[in-house]
Write a protein that binds this ligand. Structure first.
Ligand SMILES: [Zn+2]
Length: 588
């Protein structure tokens, strides 16, 4: 059993060190309140006050992340740890003590002459982007009274709609005939049948699922219509041209970059359709792939990997890319940063969590001896490497937008998959390729359909409530436009708006194109690596250090990558095209 070592953080929850730091945190929160009181009293000595505020914020963040991170890591390997749950609650209560001070500070910063302050201070210069971002965000803030009204109405509006939708989908059942008997199955069980090895089961599950929505569609449509209506109202009140503009500004991206990416995606849709048709033919269909075959296996991957195999494999291929990545992976393995195997009480899935006080990371896996597990390990070690490259940056500058947060993880996946495909037997390689290409198809083509759907939904919602029938028509049209003849038109999925949670977050609209950006951006970087070889590696590491302190465009431009140029995105998509071509050849 390989478990992670948390003792460099604290010996235990009831250690003196943990208790002392908790007391220190309380004192820092109190200090934050008095500092903000003094700071916001007037606009004298802005530079010195801002420096003081930033320094205090850094201290507070470091300590709260150390304490909170420790509890979180303990809980993720033992969800029943009552002491850690309690400690986490205590920390949360302490941190709530500075929420209103933060709000007051932000309002005060908006009134500062930032340019003069920044010109006079290296510390402030270092935090220029986040300071200005905070100031700009204030321009979209309403009066305190209006904000209060919106917040209260949200509880009975979008929050309530989202809760109702979750209840509906959580309780949603599907009638399906199994072994000659009609059974009422939970939706998740039926959705999982998309991976079933038997074609008849996959088809029956799809048909039963589609038929099951009739009973709930009007209620779920009312939820979605209500949420999107609220977003239109609040984004207009806040002075945004559209929900899309609000999303772009909040994620530090611009319309020109989005347009360049979407233009390239549209150009390459035929590549994905070629893949879908090849997969369809392999499975015995002549009119494109039915939606229910999207996740159908085409080849069995049987090779297994022990954790030790995975370590050797990753170390070997990381070393070929970069010595620093290799060294960090060795440290992660030898110094027990990784919690490897599943065990009772441990959370599922995988994640990487930065531990800034140690300048290290911790990685949680549920390693299952499959190649997929090796890829997941590479992915999470990519996040750890991202943390490693940015470890000298200010903690306040580490908040990367979603589009850039998966850069190093996706890049690592690409390193590993390319190496694996090149060295595997045909059947094994086909299984890896299929999972890679089908994953890209989801993140590019399906995401594009979701983007089209959400755009149409907002347009339609401007003129009043949207019905279930209209939502189905919009979804069908979005799938036709993105999947084209890759999907069998008889078997698309008009109800994809029902259970996908992403459409129902009022605070996160267009929660789709950032996924495509993340995937394609990492592929584009890999294309640059292939083109420039070793010279590219320092550029890549510099980029990773700065993803949290600039706009996406400026961050990429700082290392000479122009994300407003369609050609950059074409080079990303060419990487996928190569895999599609190889897939089509192997699948014959
Ligand atoms: Zn990730």
């Amino acid at each position: 059993m390989h478990t992670w070592d948390l003792t460099p953080l604290y010996p235990s929850l009831d250690s003196e060190a943990f208790k002392n730091d908790t007391e220190k945190l309380k004192a820092l929160v109190a200090k934050m309140n008095t500092t903000v009181d003094e700071m916001t009293a007037n606009h004298e000595n802005e530079t010195a006050k801002l420096e003081n505020y930033i320094t205090l914020q850094q201290e507070l963040m470091l300590l709260s992340r150390t304490l909170g991170g420790y509890c979180h890591l303990l809980l993720s390997t033992n969800t029943a740890d009552d002491a850690a749950t309690k400690a986490e609650e205590v920390l949360q209560t302490i941190m709530n003590g500075c929420v209103s001070a933060r709000t007051r500070a932000t309002a005060w910063i908006a009134g500062c002459d930032l340019d003069t302050c920044i010109a006079a201070s290296t510390l402030l210069k270092e935090h220029e982007f986040i300071l200005k971002e905070e100031k700009d965000a204030m321009a979209h803030q309403l009066s305190e009274k209006e904000e209060l009204i919106i917040a209260s109405m949200k509880q009975t509006g979008s929050d309530a709609w989202a809760r109702l939708k979750n209840q509906m989908i959580g309780a949603h059942t599907v009638l399906m005939v199994q072994d000659g008997e009609t059974k009422e199955l939970p939706l998740t069980v039926v959705l999982n049948m998309a991976y079933h090895p038997d074609k008849a089961v996959r088809k029956a599950a799809y048909e039963a699922e589609i038929a099951s929505y009739k009973k709930d569609e009007n209620v779920i449509a009312a939820c979605l219509s209500g949420i999107k209506g609220e977003v239109l109202t609040t984004s207009a009140l806040r002075g945004y041209a559209s929900p899309l503009e609000m999303t772009l500004i909040n994620s530090r991206m611009d319309q020109e970059t989005l347009d360049a990416m979407l233009t390239a995606i549209r150009e390459y849709l035929p590549v994905f359709r070629k893949y879908l048709r090849a997969k369809a033919e392999k499975l015995g269909y002549t009119n494109g792939l039915p939606f229910y075959e999207m996740y159908a296996p085409v080849s069995e991957a049987s090779k297994t990997y022990t954790y030790e195999d995975a370590c050797d494999f990753l170390k070997k291929h990381f070393k070929a890319f970069d010595e620093d990545l290799y060294n960090m992976a060795c440290r992660a393995i030898e110094e027990n940063w990784i919690d490897v195997e599943s065990r009772p009480g441990k959370v599922g899935g995988a994640f990487c969590s930065g531990v800034p006080s140690l300048k290290q990371s911790r990685v949680l896996l549920n390693f299952s001896n499959s190649f997929k597990s090796v890829v997941t390990m590479a992915h999470e070690l990519g996040h750890a490497f991202h943390n490693e490259c940015a470890k000298e940056e200010s903690l306040l500058n580490l908040n990367s937008p979603m589009q850039l947060a998966e850069t190093a993880s996706t890049f690592n996946e690409t390193i590993v998959k390319k190496a694996a495909i090149a060295s595997m037997e045909k059947d094994e390689a086909l299984a890896v390729l299929e999972s890679e290409v089908s994953g890209c198809n989801q993140v590019i083509v399906d995401i594009y359909s979701r983007y089209l759907f959400e755009t149409a939904l907002f347009e339609s919602r401007k003129n009043g409530a949207v019905s279930a029938k209209e939502l189905c028509e919009m979804m069908d049209k979005a799938q036709e436009e993105s999947y084209g003849d890759g999907l069998d038109p008889e078997y698309r999925h008009p109800y994809m708006w029902t259970w996908k949670p992403h459409y129902y977050y009022a605070g996160r609209n267009f929660y789709n194109f950032p996924y495509a950006f993340g995937q394609l951006f990492a592929k584009g970087l890999y294309a640059k690596y292939l083109e420039q070889g070793k010279d590219f590696v320092p550029v890549y590491k510099k980029l990773l250090a700065t993803t949290g302190k600039m706009s996406i465009y400026d961050c990429c431009m700082s290392v000479g990558i122009n994300v407003r140029d369609v050609n950059f995105w074409r080079s990303s998509l060419d990487m996928i095209k190569e895999d599609v071509d190889l897939f089509c050849e192997l699948v014959k």
